[in-house]
Each structure stands twice: as structure tokens, then as C-alpha cells.
Ligand binder design. Structure first.
Ligand SMILES: Nc1ncnc2c1ncn2[C@@H]1O[C@H](COP(=O)(O)OP(=O)(O)OP(=O)(O)O)[C@@H](O)[C@H]1O
Length: 590
């Protein structure tokens, strides 16, 4: 087993990765700038408060008069109103920026996930994808539209307040500014220990999400086998891992945070002491000391919050790395630059020396496959379990690309056709039919949104899926997640209707009738005969009755086609085929 094939590893450090996200912030630059300006104005108006206090203490209070008090009170009131207005505007700008950035990122990530090949989805647990497209994106979006702005704002506030403090009393002002140094050193130490743990925690949460998803989707199986204790144990194990990593994070914070938090308190004590001496020595008035202490809280808040904001930055940086691991994974099944469309396709399919190896595996699953399916011909693929039948069908509409040889449709290598065109020519239905939480009509016309009502009706008839007309809202009835409110057979019939709608030139069916009862299967087969008459078809056959639909049969053994002929010819000439029918496909038409 080969691990990590085709998965992008982070090329940059976390902070560089965070910087890459600026492209997502750019369209919201105006909102973000508005947020910065409004929040800065809000801070500035708040700083007015202590400065006015100084005027009141050193003026009216000191001289025991009310002269000049009213204008000062008026200014204080005006400053409060301005704070309120700036806060309102900042919050509005923040909402626009943060929602916009997160939405843009999520849209890109989702679109990219859709472009990534099956091999990527084989390898990535869905819980990892879920946690990356939800909590990680939120961390990144919130940092871009809030954290990053407030780092600038708080640094600016600290610098601004430090300058004012120095103009009031430079030695004390210098002392406060020097307080920044231990905070920076401690924050750096914190980030070095915290970053790897933050990344590990996010990965652990992804694994936990996978387990939750699996146990929700597999609920019936777990119940039926009475395995809920085992599942609980597995969940408990994963939850403990998350807990352990969270606790390790907590220990790191416990080591650094009290020291970071102690700095502002020590500064306050030093300012009180130094300030009292300065007042006694006459180099500072009482009003100035009160203003200094009032302003000090405006310097302490940025110092405090910078530590926390830098923590947010680290969290966002690792989240960004996790998101970019997906965004940087190149889609491998893509259109060639000169990809063409199939003009009036006839559906002549040829496999020429086809080989295929799953990217995670060391050895090939298919090798030297040569097979011709003539226009309008129905070819059954028969073989033992694991011989490679399903894999072969997945290559025809490029869910995976061949790793050797080529597949052609009407003589054109399918890799030279645009994926859109190829997937209009080739339509598929699989044994496990996935239905989406959408209306019946949307599910059926998934691959052909332009299908007419008549085409949908014909597809429903062929798939014996006319039961949908009896659903409460007919074709407009929404079917539940994965179509669970329908029976297995009903879901299969809808998936078959989806494959045959619009009569594709090439139809690939991987045992699409397995969940049908014998009677319905016979009716579907009868209806399929009319479709298959004009359509080139590849049918993976697990049930004997389906062999009857085929004009010819290809026998697959150990990853290659070992015999091709009509059912009767193979029965008469190929002992392996006979044996297979005896053991696996008992009751095949003789
Ligand atoms: N996504 C995958 N990654 C790696 N190996 C795979 C993957 N899917 C299938 N295989 C392996 O490829 C081989 C062929 O599998 P495939 O499903 O094509 O066989 P099959 O003939 O359709 O079997 P069955 O009749 O049981 O459905 C098997 O050994 C299987 O384990």
C-alpha cells in the first residue's frame, strides 16, 4: 500500500500559508479597511475619556470651581456618541468582510473538491474534508476579517497610547513601552510550542468527525450487529486523543499565559509607584497621574489581546495549511488543452492494451485489456469477485484514468474528449445508488439538466420507477439524505432512470438490478432491451438473468479479458466460464 500519493504537502510554513490567503481578502478590502478605520476611530474616541478626566481634575476640581466643566462634559458626551457610531459601523463592516471571505473560500474549496479525482476521495476520510471545510474555514475566515485587522489595530493603539504616555511623563511612558518586550518573547515561546499541537488537534478533530459520520451512516448495520459498544469504544478512543491533545495545548497555555498576563499587572504596579513619586516630586500632576493610569488600560488591553490574537493567528495558520493541502492537490483527471467534443457519436468503444493501477497500490489491478464493444452492442463483463470488472467500468467515463494503453470512443482517445462531452456520451449506474437530498426530478436529471419531461417519463418507464408518480408531490417530492426514505430497489431504479435518461450512446451499468425482486427485475430487463438495442452497453453481471441482456460476454480473470464470445460460445468452449457460472452465477441461461 502506498500512502499519501498525490496529496499536496504544505510547501510553506503556516504563517506564509496564511499570507497566501490575502487574495481572498482583496475583494473585501474596502469593508476590511472600513472596519480598521472605524475601530481605530472608536479607540481614539475612547482615549479622549482619560484626557478629559485630566482636564477636569487639574482644572475645576483642583481650583474648586465649576468653570469650564460644561464644555468638558459636552466633549465627553460627544466622544461617547462617536464611540457608539464607530462601533456600529465597525461591526457592520466586520460582518460583510468575514462572511464574504469565508464564503469565497468555501466556494473555492467546494468547487475544487468536485474537480478532484476519485483517487483523492478514496484516500481522504470524509471527516477530514468536513472539518477542513467547516471549522478550519471558519478559523481562517474569522482571522482574515477580524484577527488580522485587530493585530494592526491593537499594535497601532499601543504605539499611539505609548506616545501619549511619553508626552505626559517620558520615563513612565518608556517603562510601559518596555513592557512590550517580555510579552513578545513569551508569545514567541508560546507559538513555538502551541503551533504543532494546534495542527494535531485539528487533525484529531477531523478523525473524530470521520468516526461520527461513519457511525451515523452505518447506524443500521451497527444496530443490526449489536456493535454499538465496539463503536462507542472506538469513538471513546478518538475522543480521548482529542482530549489528550487539547490538554497538552492547555498545559502549554498554562506555562506561558500567566506570565503574559502578569506583565500588565506589574506595569500597573510600577506606574502607580513611579507615578506617586513623580507627583510627590512635582514632575506630574494628580490629574496627569489619573489620566496616565486611565490611558494605561488602553495600552494594557492591546498587550493582553495581542497575545490572544497571535494565538488566533496560529490557529488560523494551521487551519489555512490544512485547507491548502486540499486546494493545492492538483486535479489529475482534467481536460487536455485541446480537448474536443464528440460529434454525433456512434458509441464504438475499444480498450487497447489497457492497464490500471490504483494510485495507493503497488501492483496493477488491470493489465493488457483488449476489448471491442461495437456500436449498439451489449457486452456483459463476467468474472470472479475482485477480478477487476468494476474497475474496468470506472475507466470508461474517466472516473480514473488508465495507467497503460488507451480507451477510445469512435476511434478517439477518451482523454482527448472534454470531460463534459465524454460524460454526455457515457452514462453510468452503480450497484450502490447514491441519491441526493433533492427532488426526484433533480436526482434523475443530474447528468442531463436539460432533459425534457418526456425523456424523464421514458427513463422512469424503462427503470420501472413509475412509483414516483404516487409519491406525495410526484417528481417534485424531495427524497431524503441518500434517498433513505426509499427502499433499496426503488433507489436502484431511480439511479437506473438517471443513467438512461436522454438515451446516452454508451451505457455502463455495474450490477444495477441487484436489489430488485425477480418480478421487477424481469420487467426492467424487458424495458432495458429496448434501450440497449440502440445503445452500446457494458454490463457488470453478478446475476445470471442479466447475462441474457447481453449480445456477447467478456470473461475477466485476474485483471484481464481472457475470453470474448456469446454466452453459448463461452459455455461450450471456456471451462473457466462454465465453472464460474456453476459456482457464482448458478441458474444462468443455458
Ligand atoms: N479504490 C480502490 N483502491 C485500491 N484498490 C481497489 C480499489 N477498488 C478496488 N480495488 C481492488 O481492485 C481489485 C478489483 O476490484 P473490483 O471492484 O474492480 O473487482 P470486481 O471484479 O468488480 O469485484 P466484485 O465482483 O466483487 O464487485 C480488488 O482487488 C480490489 O481490492
Amino acid at each position: 500500500m502506498r500512502a499519501d500519493v498525490g496529496v499536496a504537502r504544505p510547501a510553506n510554513g503556516p504563517l506564509k500559508t496564511l499570507f497566501r490567503l490575502r487574495t481572498y481578502a482583496r475583494p473585501y478590502a474596502r469593508s476590511l479597511l472600513a472596519l480598521l478605520v472605524c475601530a481605530a476611530l472608536g479607540q481614539a474616541f475612547q482615549i479622549v475619556g482619560p484626557l478629559l478626566t485630566q482636564r477636569v481634575i487639574d482644572g475645576p476640581v483642583r481650583h474648586g470651581t465649576t468653570d469650564g466643566l460644561l464644555p468638558l462634559a459636552g466633549l465627553a458626551l460627544l466622544a461617547s456618541v462617536c464611540v457608539m457610531i464607530s462601533d456600529y459601523a465597525a461591526r457592520r463592516a466586520h460582518a460583510t468582510g468575514s462572511v464574504g471571505v469565508e464564503t469565497a473560500l468555501r466556494t473555492d474549496l467546494y468547487a475544487h473538491l468536485q474537480r478532484l479525482p476519485l483517487e483523492f476521495h478514496d484516500r481522504w476520510p470524509s471527516g477530514q474534508l468536513l472539518s477542513r471545510s467547516t471549522s478550519d474555514l471558519r478559523a481562517v475566515g474569522s482571522f482574515l476579517a477580524f484577527g488580522s485587522i485587530f493585530i494592526v489595530l491593537q499594535t497601532g493603539t499601543f504605539v499611539g497610547v505609548a506616545i501619549i504616555l511619553m508626552t505626559i511623563h517620558w520615563p513612565l511612558g518608556l517603562l510601559v513601552t518596555a513592557g512590550m518586550i517580555p510579552v513578545m518573547v513569551l508569545t514567541y515561546g508560546l507559538s513555538r510550542s502551541y503551533l504543532p499541537l494546534s495542527r494535531r488537534l485539528q487533525d484529531d478533530v477531523g478523525d473524530l468527525t470521520s468516526l461520527v459520520e461513519e457511525s451515523v451512516l452505518g447506524f443500521r448495520t451497527i444496530r443490526a450487529f449489536g456493535r454499538h459498544r465496539y463503536i462507542n469504544q472506538r469513538f471513546g478512543g478518538a475522543a480521548r486523543t482529542v482530549l489528550d491533545t487539547g490538554l497538552a495545548q492547555g498545559r502549554v497555555i498554562a506555562r506561558f499565559w500567566p506570565a503574559i498576563e502578569a506583565v500588565p499587572g506589574l506595569l500597573m504596579a510600577a506606574v502607580l509607584l513611579g507615578g506617586a513619586y513623580a507627583v510627590a516630586g512635582g514632575s506630574l500632576t494628580i490629574g496627569e497621574l489619573v489620566a496616565f493610569i486611565g490611558l494605561l488600560t488602553f495600552a494594557i488591553w492591546p498587550l493582553d489581546s495581542l497575545g490572544w490574537l497571535l494565538g488566533e493567528a496560529q490557529q488560523a495558520a494551521t487551519a489555512a495549511q490544512r485547507v491548502y493541502e486540499i486546494l493545492d492537490t492538483p486535479p489529475t483527471v482534467v481536460d487536455r488543452p485541446d480537448a474536443r467534443t464528440a460529434d454525433s457519436p456512434k458509441g464504438h468503444v475499444r480498450f487497447e492494451g489497457v492497464g490500471f493501477r490504483y494510485p495507493t497500490e503497488d501492483s496493477a489491478v488491470l493489465h493488457d485489456v483488449d476489448l471491442e464493444v461495437r456500436p449498439g452492442e451489449t457486452m456483459a463483463l463476467v468474472g470472479a469477485s475482485g477480478s477487476g470488472k468494476t474497475t474496468l467500468t470506472l475507466l470508461v467515463n474517466r472516473l480514473y484514468d488508465v495507467t497503460a494503453g488507451r480507451i477510445t470512443v469512435d476511434g478517439v482517445d477518451i482523454r482527448d474528449l472534454s470531460l463534459e462531452s465524454l460524460r454526455t456520451v457515457v452514462s453510468s449506474a452503480f450497484e450502490d445508488p447514491t441519491l441526493f437530498s433533492a427532488s426526484v426530478r433533480e436526482n434523475i436529471t443530474l447528468g442531463r439538466p436539460d432533459a425534457t419531461d418526456d425523456e424523464v417519463a421514458a427513463a422512469l418507464r424503462i427503470a420501472q420507477a413509475e412509483f414516483v408518480h404516487d409519491l406525495p408531490w410526484g417528481l417534485d417530492t424531495r427524497i431524503g439524505e441518500k434517498g433513505l426514505s426509499l427502499s433499496g430497489g426503488q433507489r436502484q431504479r431511480l439511479a437506473l432512470a438517471r443513467a438512461v435518461v436522454g438515451r446516452p450512446r454508451v451505457l455502463v451499468l455495474d450490477d444495477p438490478l441487484s436489489a430488485l425482486d425477480v418480478e421487477t427485475e424481469a420487467m426492467v430487463e424487458q424495458a432495458l432491451h429496448t434501450v440497449l438495442a440502440g445503445t452500446t452497453a457494458l454490463l457488470v453481471v453478478h446475476r445470471p438473468s442479466t447475462v441474457a441482456l447481453a449480445d456477447r460476454v467478456a470473461l475477466i480473470d485476474d485483471g484481464t479479458v481472457v475470453a470474448v464470445g456469446t454466452h453459448e460460445e463461452l459455455l461450450a468452449t471456456v471451462p473457466t466460464y462454465r465453472d464460474l457460472l456453476d459456482t457464482t452465477l448458478q441458474g444462468a441461461p443455458q
